[in-house]
Design a protein around this ligand. Structure first.
Ligand SMILES: NC(=O)c1ccc[n+]([C@@H]2O[C@H](COP(=O)([O-])OP(=O)(O)OC[C@H]3O[C@@H](n4cnc5c(N)ncnc54)[C@H](OP(=O)(O)O)[C@@H]3O)[C@@H](O)[C@H]2O)c1
Length: 305
């Protein structure tokens, strides 16, 4: 109370004369209404949420699934061909006290996407966080194709199917989130290839650019339902479980990445950290964004890897 305020109160009842403790408005974090900032920091960020991660049998998807569970989410794990990888994801989550289940589904097939989301809801009752991580479609080893050599079949497999997986997956997930109410979060995984043209990456790069652009439309059109959509563009992320796992060439790429990228190579947990941010109410006012998690890769002119 300022001195002049005190003067104006002269003659008021005694109790009015006492300094009332200043009432601080608690900081509200999204749905965690009533919690203070301190309470929120101490809590797991995704407690009570259900997350679905596509392509979570290895690499970035697996790290995201484990990280989401570590923040309290119940996680539905999708895989395609690597059942033992999905088992490993479930084992890691359950050993840490988390809850998870898995389903095989080809993200290149819209009917299987619908069945995947339905199975997640049947198992956990709802869907709050959808991580579009898997690339659908087939690419033969070493087959990238320079622009002049790309065939309609390559375009179908490497552009249409993964883009359609992103589109149909996000659409199906959003419809479920709208039906159940309470908002939600979609995170699409693109790539730094969306930004810069490397050799023979016309399909992959433009597909990832489309994923990033789609995110902005999702963000705009889903905002009225409280659903946020964001995108992460990873740089060079080392997804080897051990050196040699993906062949000599990949090992050499890793060595060069350590030297040429300002912060060296990334690991799947670096992407998972971004996914946790976008999925949680820490990012409650963030939508339509693409976050580049790339260790400074795009800052400097480095040779192709
Ligand atoms: N690693 C990097 O440096 C990097 C950089 C930029 C962007 N990215 C992006 O990050 C994402 C994950 O990539 P990653 O490097 O971790 O490994 P990846 O080899 O691209 O993806 C592996 C995961 O995708 C799943 N998958 C593949 N085809 C599928 C399909 N038709 N249906 C469902 N799941 C399918 C695999 O499942 P199964 O094994 O069970 O078949 C596996 O779990 C991708 O979108 C990729 O483009 C990666």
């Amino acid at each position: 109370m300022r001195p002049d305020d005190r003067d104006r109160c002269q003659g008021a009842e005694d109790e009015d004369e006492e300094d009332e403790p200043t009432e601080l408005h608690p900081v509200h974090y999204g749905t965690a209404v009533g919690r203070t900032a301190t309470d929120y920091d101490a809590a797991m960020k995704l407690e009570g949420k259900v997350a679905l991660v596509t392509g979570a049998s290895r690499g970035i998807g697996q790290a995201c699934a484990v990280a989401l569970a570590a923040q309290g989410a119940r996680v539905f794990v999708n895989f395609h061909r690597t059942a033992e990888g999905a088992e490993e994801t479930l084992r890691r989550i359950r050993e840490s006290g988390g809850e998870a289940d898995a389903l095989q589904a080809d993200m290149g097939d819209s009917a299987q996407i619908a069945a995947l989301v339905a199975a997640c809801v049947s198992r956990f009752g709802r869907l709050d966080v959808y991580i579009n991580n898997a690339n659908a479609g087939e690419r033969r080893p070493g087959q990238r194709g320079s622009f002049l050599d790309v065939t309609p079949e390559m375009l179908y497999q490497q552009f249409l199917l993964p883009y359609q997986a992103c589109y149909a997956g996000g659409q199906t997930a959003a419809k479920q989130m709208i039906a159940q109410g309470g908002g939600g979060a979609i995170v699409n995984i693109s790539s730094i290839h969306q930004e810069r043209a490397w050799g023979a990456d016309s399909i992959y790069g433009s597909m990832k650019a489309a994923v990033s652009r789609l995110t902005r439309s999702q963000a705009r059109e889903l905002a009225p339902y409280g659903i946020r959509a964001n995108c992460i563009a990873p740089g060079f992320i080392d997804i080897r479980a051990f050196p040699g796992e993906r062949g000599d060439r990949y090992d050499v790429y890793n060595q060069r990445a350590e030297v040429e990228i300002p912060l060296g190579r990334g690991v799947p947990d670096d992407i998972a950290n971004g996914v946790i941010y976008f999925s949680s109410s820490d990012a409650r006012y963030v939508t339509g964004q693409t976050l580049f998690i790339e260790g400074g890769y795009l800052l400097v002119p480095i040779s192709e890897i």
